[in-house]
Design a protein around this ligand. Structure first.
Ligand SMILES: Nc1ncnc2c1ncn2[C@@H]1O[C@H](COP(=O)(O)OP(=O)(O)OP(=O)(O)O)[C@@H](O)[C@H]1O
Ligand SMILES: Nc1ccn([C@@H]2O[C@H](COP(=O)(O)O)[C@@H](O)[C@H]2O)c(=O)n1
Length: 249
């Protein structure tokens, strides 16, 4: 390899594609945004897209338990995701959907909508096109990124955490001062375990760890420790890839 090419390789690292999957509340969004920001990558929240299509179904009077009705409407809403990790956005038919997609109504309905194959086909295509259009690379988070959406990702992470830790985190986020109320915690824990069971049990691309994913149990780690761990993994994959390129040049 000539000096010029070697210098270029050092100053502009190759695009890297990172997939981060895991159950609800394991820290996928927080970790993915922070890793993308640190490494200058784009960021895609695929859960927000499933929530957005669910919100559209609910807003348009479609029975989310009627898979045929959901399938027939799956192509109708236009969903656009902004991929700046410091200010991710989501719009549905041009309207800002960032707030409405986080309601309890949407959270309760999203697993039924995301189990419909036509919905998954549509969003998987969208997600692949967004990843392909990120020249510097991207961190994509969801439930089936490593297994289905981006099976050739450079790095696949599967985050886990105990249901108790996840419930405490979720309550802290949603309810502030009452975060540690035992009845509240039990209800939050039950809701997230139920959603994980639905997501893991569906036929089409269920929540699952890819065979080649690195599993990180975040139960006893701070967010900063998880971010550091993933950044280190990305950097080592990049160094290994650069070493291979140099050897083959
Ligand atoms: N390692 C950690 N330690 C403590 N709190 C954390 C950790 N990681 C994330 N959190 C907090 O837990 C909450 C849930 O995190 P986050 O939304 O990133 O999870 P998620 O896996 O994306 O959830 P979901 O799949 O439901 O969208 C947030 O309030 C976040 O700040
Ligand atoms: N790749 C994905 C991502 C998400 N889902 C479904 O969306 C729901 C909401 O996801 P959050 O990350 O915002 O909690 C989730 O429960 C899944 O039903 C999916 O199927 N595939």
């Amino acid at each position: 390899m000539s000096d010029t090419v070697e210098t270029a390789a050092r100053t502009a690292p190759a695009a890297v594609i990172v997939g981060i999957d895991g159950p609800s509340g394991t820290g996928k969004s927080s970790t993915s945004k922070a890793v993308a920001a640190k490494l200058g990558l784009r960021y895609l929240d695929t859960g927000a897209q499933y929530r957005a299509i669910t919100w559209w179904m609910l807003s348009n009077g479609i029975d989310v338990e009627d898979a045929a009705a959901v399938a027939a409407a799956a192509g109708k809403p236009e969903i656009v995701s902004g991929t700046d990790p410091s200010a991710p956005t989501i719009t549905v038919d041009g309207a800002d959907a960032a707030g409405p997609i986080r309601t309890q109504e949407v959270t309760s309905a999203v697993s039924a909508v995301s189990a419909v194959p036509e919905v998954r086909t549509r969003l998987t295509e969208l997600q692949r096109s967004i990843a392909a259009a990120a020249p510097q690379g991207i961190v994509v988070e969801g439930r089936d990124i490593g297994t289905t959406v981006l099976p050739d990702a450079d790095l696949k992470i599967f985050l886990t955490a105990s249901p108790e830790a996840r419930a405490a985190r979720r309550n802290g986020e949603l309810k502030g001062k009452n975060a540690q109320d035992p009845a509240d915690l039990a209800a939050t824990r039950a809701a997230l375990v139920k959603r994980d069971a639905a997501d893991s049990g569906r036929k089409t691309s269920p929540l699952a760890k890819a065979a080649d994913a690195v599993e990180v149990d975040t139960t006893d780690l701070t967010l900063e420790q998880v971010v550091e761990c993933v950044v280190t993994l990305v950097e080592s994959r990049r160094s290994a890839a650069e070493g291979t390129e140099k050897r083959s040049a």
